[in-house]
Each structure stands twice: as C-alpha cells, then as structure tokens.
Design a protein around this ligand. Structure first.
Ligand SMILES: [Zn+2]
Length: 140
C-alpha cells in the first residue's frame, strides 16, 4: 500500500507529498510498532519497566502498565482516561467481621517519559492530517 502510493507519487513528481507520506510511516512505526522498552516506572524498577513493548505509545503485556500509559497520555492533554469510569476500585474499609480488605497490590504506575510519548502521539496525528491534505491536494 505504502509502496504503491510512493510509486504513484514518484511518477507524478509529488515530492512533498512523498516526503510527508514517508514521515507519517516513520512516525506510525515509532509510535505503534517499533520494538522498545515499556518504560513505565514501578516500585521495583524506578528507571522504568524493561519489558518489551511494541511502539513508544504502547506498553508491555502487563495490564497495569497499559493503563498507566493510557492514563498518562490522556493526562498530558489535561484529559481523564474515559475507561477509568468502568474500573472497579476496592477500598480498604473494615468489614463486618473486623477484618480489612486486602491492601492494593502496589501504587499506580507512572510513565517515565510522558512528554516524549505525548510528542510522538501529536506527531502521529499531525503527520496523518498533513499526509491526507497533501494527498487530496495531489489528486485534485
Ligand atoms: Zn511494562
């Protein structure tokens, strides 16, 4: 698909559109497919989780890390992750038998490079829009 679009743009001499398309492909690859480290900060790994993640915007296989990364990306833009509304949270209150509910497993995880990940997200969106505009202009 990308190769066909590239060949078409080369045949038409649309170098700006070709450059934007290739930039978009690079940004999408870095954001969603490049093999990298998860980098979510945990209690045991303050330098960031070292598990493999595919894409700077994605986390490793651990559900907490996926949530932390999604929450951090929303928080970067001053938003709240809408999926938080469906998360069940158990409080540590005394039960009728005088015992307490289990303590939470750990403190919430954080993303070590939220600015970098947010910049990748913004670049992905901006690159997509620019490429679509360039392709529309090229076809007209
Ligand atoms: Zn992780």
């Amino acid at each position: 698909m990308v190769a066909c679009a590239s060949l078409y743009l080369v045949s038409r001499g649309a170098w700006v559109a070709l450059g934007l398309l290739l930039l978009l492909v690079l940004i999408v690859w870095v954001g969603l497919f490049k093999q990298t480290a998860c980098d979510v900060e945990t209690k045991n790994a303050p330098d960031g989780c070292g598990n493999t993640a595919y894409g700077r915007l994605r986390a490793c296989h651990l559900r907490d890390h996926k949530r932390a990364k999604h929450d951090a990306l929303f928080a970067l833009f001053g938003l709240r992750n809408p999926t938080q509304a469906w998360r069940v949270r158990w409080t540590r209150s005394p039960s009728a038998y005088g015992r307490t509910a289990p303590a939470p497993g750990s403190t919430p995880s954080r993303v070590t490079n939220p600015l970098y990940d947010g910049a990748i997200l913004v670049a992905t969106i901006a690159g997509s829009v620019a490429t679509i505009i360039a392709l529309v202009l090229q076809f007209n």
